[in-house]
Design a protein around this ligand. Sequence first.
Ligand SMILES: NC(=O)c1ccc[n+]([C@@H]2O[C@H](COP(=O)([O-])OP(=O)(O)OC[C@H]3O[C@@H](n4cnc5c(N)ncnc54)[C@H](O)[C@@H]3O)[C@@H](O)[C@H]2O)c1
Ligand SMILES: O=C(O)[C@H](O)CO
Length: 342
Amino acid sequence: MHPSLPQADVMRIVLCFPVTDSQVARIAETVPDAEVVNAGQSRIDELLPTADIFIGHAKVPVNWDRVLDAGRLRWIQSSAAGLDHCLVPGVIENDSIIVSSASGLFAPQVAEQTFALLFGVIRRAPVFFNARKVRDFSRQPTDDLRGKTVGIVGLGGNGRAIADILSPWDVRVVATDFYPVDRPGAVETLWPADRLNDLLDISDVVILAIPLNENTDGMFDEAVFNRMKRGSYLINVARGRVVRESALVAALRSGRLAGAGLDVTEVEPLPADSPLWDDPKVMISPHIGAQSFRRVSDTVDLACINLKRFVAGQQPYNVVDKRLGFPHPADVYRPCTENPNG
Ligand SMILES: NC(=O)c1ccc[n+]([C@@H]2O[C@H](COP(=O)([O-])OP(=O)(O)OC[C@H]3O[C@@H](n4cnc5c(N)ncnc54)[C@H](O)[C@@H]3O)[C@@H](O)[C@H]2O)c1
Ligand SMILES: O=C(O)[C@H](O)CO
């Protein structure tokens, strides 16, 4: 038995996201009979095998074999929407472990970041901001968002928030989704995932808001870029590996793409020698789509709501199909329908 393992009848919740002491206390009050340990990144590898419930996102390597051998873990509540950090084969195959995501929890922030990148590349911010350094005041024409067709690939929490924020801008919005149900008013056409080509054929801007999984890894490759409209734009706020970066660089060089806004890259941080850094058609942010001063408290709200459900024998919100890595729309947490303090 692992030396830190407590009495088997005490439920142990191990946290690994940047919570304050008062937020830890709030989680502990939600489940008074449980023991709550804030491992942080420095102790997560050591303490994860002792957890019944893990809440967070380990950014350091975790020995998942040791966690699975300990046989204790029952539930992972990810503090990220993307589950590539914890959906390792052993977790996927283990029927005793459920995994729930933070799907959509950061959607308002991701939508705002999408907008920053979208307007940045369309209005040529990299060129003009660089002009500041070289004291160049020359005026050059820019592109316009107005009148364009925007295709959103993945209409989950983030995709929907992006569609909403786009709606006043005189654009036509189309989308694909794995579950093409419940089309929001801001979206003119919602196709199933296998109709991606229909979206590519008409979109002046393509926005990626899909999870990284075995179906989407490298999905935007040379063939897909060649299918996109000449002079279109790509915005990626999903995961870097959804895009083959060498194909993206080629598409920018050939003029197939007029620009790209990237919050995520194949390797993070983006290596210093990447040609993307110096391309004036590209705007890069360091994976901060979900970052805001509200992120941790919103995550604690979801964790507390889900802990109550779990101890009451109900399924937590956002439980995913572990092979797909995202929840069914019917299982998604909608903050407006739950009182976080209730
Ligand atoms: N840039 C950031 O900081 C940031 C923040 C949050 C999430 N993300 C990434 O964005 C992804 C989406 O986040 P979310 O909160 O909207 O998650 P979500 O689970 O609410 O939505 C994902 C949607 O993608 C759809 N989908 C899956 N495969 C698809 C495919 N092949 N084609 C079309 N649609 C497909 C699903 O049906 C689902 O509706 C996450 O998995 C994560 O990797 C990035
Ligand atoms: O998936 C997410 O929630 C963001 O990318 C932050 O990890």
